[in-house]
Design a protein around this ligand. Structure first.
Ligand code: NAP
Length: 490
């Protein structure tokens, strides 16, 4: 078991204009460990709109000088921050596990993903940003270049508290924007530790700012603030749409990455072992708290019984516990509220007539000495497309098995959702792969791989209600964090 004692007891400050400062409210809150109820991980500032205003004003002041630096100089800051973050990967990973519950290997892996994202975008500072376009005037030169938006507001969820802030802040910074970051309250400590890496890399004062506190107070203030030129948000659909409305009214750019209800299709000809392993990993790692987590498992009838039997045998081996313990495969839900949401979906599933084949019980102090927000992984069968289990994002370790006759039926069922983030198929037939690639309405379509895999150098984002139809990461990030200027020189 890894123990990081330094994290606990410390109250973290806001980061404004290059300095760590307390909120003008004088109020703080604490983030708690979902694996051990009431264990405090650290404190954070309950900021006011005045604190936000200071941060946005500092960002505006710093942005022009930051934009004037060459891309490689900006990249050097990101490279330095990457090295610092790499050195601190154990500490940041442990803070993440303590705050939101995913296992320490996953948390450390995510931290190292943040490092790789910083390095990738550091390199972007040296890559081309425009095209030369032939003019109809033979005496003119015409080309495109890109300019930063200015000051970008960043709002992130608790489920990937290192990777998501980095895949938003690193591209924002490399293209010359300044940033005001409002992290999820549940993971305010991890967020402060990430911002410390940028601070310790010597990033100029005001270029990066962090203000913690209530999202429902700071979020609308961010979207409405005159110094904010663009807003990038990952989180729930309800909040995303509220922010988008403000952004449209103000005429600023916005980007939303939101929920999912991700299907996997298991064809009759699938590699059974692979399909089972990937369904479990994609659906239940991080206790199902990934936007790309597998939720609907659509299985063709000839392989259904074998798949079910193997899946249940493997799910039964899952060890649920404290993410800091080496033997744990799956940690707790992030909060009591999230645990109750998961439990209520399990009850709704039973009431609607789906059959609970495995798990779904709360695990508390009475069973095995656990004292956190734990639930057993749950596997349902007999789930039909109209049931809540097939329609709503649960954000918990719940798999819904759905049986179909044909691949066409499977695709129709997979597409029967308001969401379209990620989807997988397990098949060895090229014809099935091609139908899936062409017909599946999802931003990420994955073949013989779990639904929850994301690579930082490739575009990431959803269709339908899962996103604002924009893409993050890789080269696609440029589209949000810059505006194109067409230049004509005669
Ligand atoms: P959430 O409640 O929407 O919170 C996300 C962020 O928004 C937090 O920083 C939160 O701050 C802030 N916030 C809360 N109310 C706000 C408001 N009125 N205005 C502006 N900001 C506000 O979402 P969550 O429950 O943390 O995250 C889970 C959701 O995120 C799921 O739906 C999941 O699918 C989605 N997600 C999507 C992706 C993707 O890339 N598509 C990735 C990860 C997660 P506080 O913490 O202070 O409330």
């Amino acid at each position: 078991m890894t123990t990081i004692t330094e994290t606990k007891t410390k109250t973290y400050l806001n980061y404004i204009n290059g300095e760590w400062v307390a909120s003008e409210t004088g109020k703080t809150d604490v983030s708690k460990n979902p694996a051990r109820k009431d264990e405090v991980v650290g404190g954070y500032q309950l900021s006011s709109t005045k604190d936000f205003d200071k941060a946005a004003t500092a960002a505006r002041k710093a942005q022009k000088a930051w934009q004037k630096l060459s891309g490689n100089v900006r990249g050097d800051y990101l490279l330095k921050a990457a090295s610092i973050m790499e050195e601190r990967a154990d500490d940041i990973g442990a803070a993440m596990t303590l705050e939101m519950g995913k296992t320490f290997p996953e948390a450390k892996g995510e931290t190292l993903r943040g490092v790789a994202i910083l390095r990738y975008f550091a390199g972007e500072g040296m890559r081309s940003v425009g095209d030369v376009i032939p003019s109809t005037d033979s005496e003119a030169l015409m080309f495109t270049t890109r300019v930063p938006l200015g000051v970008v507001g960043v709002i992130t969820p608790w489920n990937f508290p290192a990777a998501i802030p980095m895949w938003k802040m690193a591209p924002a910074l490399i293209y010359g924007n300044a940033v005001v970051f409002k992290p999820a309250s549940e993971t305010a400590v991890t967020s402060a530790k990430i911002v410390e890496c940028l601070h310790d890399a010597g990033i100029p004062a005001g270029v990066v700012n962090m203000v913690t506190g209530s999202g429902s107070l700071i979020g609308p203030e961010m979207a409405n603030h005159k110094e904010i030129d663009g807003i990038t948000f990952t989180g729930s659909n309800t909040v995303g749409k509220q922010l988008a409305k403000i952004a449209v009214d103000r005429g600023i750019k916005y980007q939303l990455e939101m929920g999912g209800k991700n299907p996997v299709i298991v064809a009759n000809d699938a590699d059974l072992d692979l399909a089972v392993e990937a369904t479990i990993s994609g659906g239940l790692k991080s206790s199902g708290q990934k936007c790309t987590a597998t939720s609907r498992v659509i299985v063709q009838k000839d392989i259904y019984e074998k798949f079910k039997e193997k899946l249940l045998a493997e799910v039964a081996k899952i060890t649920v516990g404290d993410g800091m313990d080496a033997g744990t495969w799956m940690g707790p839900s992030v909060t009591e509220g999230q645990l109750n949401t998961v439990l209520s979906y399990i009850e709704k599933g039973k009431k609607e007539g789906a059959t609970l084949l495995y798990g779904g019980n709360e695990l508390d102090g009475k069973d095995g000495g656990l004292n956190g927000y734990y639930v057993e992984p749950a596997v349902f069968e007999g789930v039909t497309p109209d049931m809540v289990l097939a329609r709503e994002e649960i954000f918990g370790p719940v798999l819904a098995l759905m049986k179909v006759d044909t691949i066409e039926e499977a695709l129709d069922m997979a597409n029967d959702s308001e969401y379209g983030l990620s989807a997988s198929i397990f098949t060895t037939k090229i014809a099935h792969m091609l139908s899936f690639i062409n017909e599946m309405d999802a931003g990420l379509v994955r073949i013989n791989a779990e639904s929850a895999g994301v690579e930082l150098q490739a575009p990431f984002g959803g269709m339908k209600q899962s996103s604002s139809h924009s893409r993050e990461q890789g080269q696609a990030a440029k589209e949000f964090y810059t505006s194109i200027k067409t230049v004509f020189i005669k």
